[in-house]
Design a protein around this ligand. Structure first.
Ligand code: PLP
Length: 520
């Protein structure tokens, strides 16, 4: 049973505004803060409403004055409350959400109003597409200023990156070729880099292309943004792996596509299920080398079936080959793009995992018929990526440093994975963690019935980032899991974080079995 908090509104009507749950892993001040913030944002606490003094509210709720003060101070710091030394604490006239977030006023008018804090607010109008973009719900933590800490996904071994070598290549370009790189570059990308990528993709991934088909982009996220913009109209249907990559889903939502979740199993995307659900889709998004986030490799029959469907439906396939070079055993199947005789596959590659993510360089290898459209689209968005960084990367690849670095990282990540699995051994009765054959993360499956979001929140309070699997799916999962990155952190950091995670897990499981026994 939660504690119900009643706060007096200015109208003197009394109604419950916040529920505190003493069983929750979140501290009470945080629950109070969140409850009040929600009440303000949803208008249940109106601008100008006076809040009870911290001491009075504390004694009503059997909370310490400090706990209430902490919640009030946080809301004050974020602009939700105004505090006056003698007059008291009031709901602010303009909340930060008004300033920061667009609120659709009507779906039909397809217009969004942004209000500002000033007394005569300037009103800015978003387009329908702008509203769709502003409304994209991103999972917590994907856009953070905080430095990486275990087990945040997406981070390679930054501690093992050859900085001195990169600095040497960089100095070479600034000293000798520098001036050439200061003028505008070409929107298709720096030519030597396009050539290096075409050669590499052919040799390592069986991609069939010329350098002219390689468009350099600011990471695969930009490739997704350009592809959706160029190839989809609002309302067009897209097959999306379920569960699947949130970055791709966000790009589809932002382009107002209709997303059809298509289940994946241990052969990858279930093409027959996609055809049953939506035979006329315009596009399919797949991660065939290493399904994100579940890890399966798409079988050859499924790949052939997907290509055959795309031909029949006149659809595009986005093949996101984000981490296939980081493999611990066997060779990956060649890219689907190499099997495509029909010009339907767009192949997305990124240097975020193999070099470093802040570089913001990736590529999309497009059918010849799409090259000009992609080049123009890139020009319109931001012309091109930094020419110097592209030139450094081109040398890094052409001189063999890239292949050497990836080889070294495979060995290092294999050791880190082993260290993490060992460190989680003591909780193997709770967590089912199987070694992965590729990539930077393992999936740690929780016992059935344990909510992965709840565990992730409890871990976060202990200073550990262990994102839940659930937000990758639009339908409820039969079992929750945590996504644990082992490659970005040294063994000591992994062992220490695994120890803390184990304590959190035991607490959560003990608490839920106690509640279960009590019939709560
Ligand atoms: C499935 C998938 N694709 C692509 C990326 C890389 O995106 P970007 O190249 O924009 O950094 C990631 C990163 O986490 C990913 O998980």
């Amino acid at each position: 049973m939660g504690t119900e908090i009643r706060l007096r509104r200015t109208s003197d009507a009394v109604e419950p505004l916040v529920l505190l749950d003493p069983r929750s892993a979140a501290p009470l001040y945080r629950q109070l803060y969140e409850g009040l913030r929600q009440a303000i944002v949803t208008g249940r606490l109106r601008p100008g409403a006076r809040l009870p003094a911290a001491r009075a509210l504390g004694s009503d709720l059997a909370l310490s004055r400090n706990t209430v003060e902490q919640a009030y101070e946080q809301l004050h710091a974020e602009g939700y409350l105004d505090r006056h030394p003698r007059r008291g604490t009031f709901v602010s006239d303009t909340t930060p959400d008004d300033v920061l977030h667009a609120r659709p006023i009507s779906r039909e008018s397809r217009r969004v109003v942004l209000t500002s804090r000033s007394s005569a607010p300037p009103r800015r109008i978003l387009s329908a597409r702008g509203a769709a973009i502003a409304d994209v719900a991103l999972p917590a933590g994907v856009n953070t200023f905080a430095p990486p800490r275990p087990f945040r996904p997406g981070v390679p071994a930054l501690d093992a990156f050859p900085m001195a070598l990169w600095a040497r290549l960089s100095a070479r370009h600034w000293q000798r070729a520098g001036r050439r790189h200061l003028a505008y570059g070409h929107s298709a990308g720096h030519q030597p880099l396009r050539e290096a990528i075409a050669q590499h993709a052919a040799a390592a991934r069986g991609v069939r292309c010329t350098a002219e088909q390689v468009i350099i982009v600011g990471g695969s996220q930009q490739a997704l943004a350009l592809a959706t913009r160029l190839l989809l109209d609002p309302g067009d249907t897209v097959w999306m792996e379920e569960p699947g990559y949130v970055g791709a889903r966000a790009a589809f939502v932002a382009s107002e596509a209709r997303i059809v979740p298509v289940p994946v199993d241990d052969e990858g995307l279930d093409v027959a299920a996609g055809e049953r659900a939506s035979p006329d889709a315009r596009m399919a998004f797949v991660t065939p080398s290493h399904q994100h986030p579940l890890g399966a490799a798409m079988s050859i029959p499924r790949r052939m079936a997907l290509l055959a469907w795309a031909r029949r439906a006149d659809a595009w396939i986005l093949e996101d080959d984000y981490d296939s070079e980081i493999r611990y055993e066997g060779r990956p199947l060649p890219a689907m793009q190499g099997l495509d005789d029909d010009g339907r596959v767009l192949y997305l590659g990124t240097f975020s995992k193999t070099v470093f993510p802040a570089l913001r360089l990736g590529y999309v290898i497009v059918p010849p018929s799409l090259v000009d459209a992609f080049v123009t689209a890139r020009l319109i968005v931001d012309r091109h990526s930094s020419v110097v960084e592209q030139a450094i990367l081109a040398d890094f690849i052409a001189e063999g440093h890239y292949a050497r670095h990836v080889r070294r990282m495979r060995a290092l990540y294999a050791e880190r994975q082993t260290a993490l699995l060992e460190a989680l051994e003591p909780v193997s009765d709770i967590l089912d963690v199987q070694p992965t054959r590729a990539g930077l993360n393992v999936l740690a499956w929780l016992p059935a019935g344990v909510d992965d979001r709840h565990v992730a929140r409890a871990a976060e309070l202990a200073g550990i980032e262990a994102p839940p699997l659930s937000p990758f799916a639009v339908r409820p999962l039969t079992r929750g899991a945590l996504i644990l990155n082992f490659s970005g952190y040294d063994e000591m950091a992994l062992r220490s974080a695994a120890g803390r995670l184990s304590i959190v897990l035991r607490e959560v499981i003990d608490r839920s079995s106690t509640l279960h026994a009590l019939g709560a």
